[in-house]
Write a protein that binds this ligand. Sequence first.
Ligand SMILES: C[S@@+](CC[C@H](N)C(=O)[O-])C[C@H]1O[C@@H](n2cnc3c(N)ncnc32)[C@H](O)[C@@H]1O
Length: 266
Amino acid sequence: MVNLHTWSTCTLGHPVHLSTCTWSSFTLGHPACFDYHDAMMDSQNPTMVSPEEMKQNAKTEFEAWAGSYDRSLLNHFLFRPSYIMLMEEIARWYVEHRCPFRVLDIGCATGTLTGLLARSGWSVEVVGLDYAENMCHNARQKAMASGVSDTVRFVNADSEELPFATESFDIITCSNSFHHYPNQQRAVCEMHRLLTPGGRLIIIDGFRDCVIGWFVYDVIIDRIEHQVHHAPWPVVHGYYEQAGLQDIRRRKFNFLFPAFATIGDK
Ligand SMILES: C[S@@+](CC[C@H](N)C(=O)[O-])C[C@H]1O[C@@H](n2cnc3c(N)ncnc32)[C@H](O)[C@@H]1O
């Protein structure tokens, strides 16, 4: 099997974080289960950091970014289109079910999506969860300023150890955060555990299975954020299947920062 890490280091002068398992997904056309940390260990990458270090890197980055996060240009190019996509998908679920429901937004940052949901007029309880305490703090301030602090609450925790009872949420969303998780399969299993039967999981992340996406995420963003992994669609599909989700589907969107939503039901 071809080791793309070695290949990319030789040809691009930069280690693109792909694994042999990713490669087999593309060439063999079947979803493979992927664990970022295990794959990096397999590739004997000298720059390998531990899962804890990877999480700490993300925490440090976002604690520092929290104050200016809402003014970032990425809001226009990536985050806002993601919120629109999520609201559309949640509306679809709501049309089918028409009942009071509970949403968990993982990696909620300053709580923009939770605010949109709280003001939607739907009968919804919303929880935002983020690993960066400053993000949670700013999210609480925003919720208070817009008068929705009774409907939403924010929890400072790690996506891989979600501090909620089994079957607590009808919908779980996670946008532009998944590439920071070292144990992605474990995170999806945790999300599945929290869903009620018939509940829906929607994860959005960068779509790197095309030339623009590969360049933006595997080359540029990887250099800026370090030790992140934008999992290709077949791999995310594999995570969902392994966790026990059904009717797994994909929606692609955006041009300059191509992204995709993976939707699955419990
Ligand atoms: C780029 S922001 C995306 C925020 C928002 N969902 C959006 O689409 O704009 C990524 C967020 O994920 C959070 N995050 C990173 N690793 C996490 C983890 N292991 N558990 C929970 N949140 C995490 C970061 O603190 C950050 O707020």
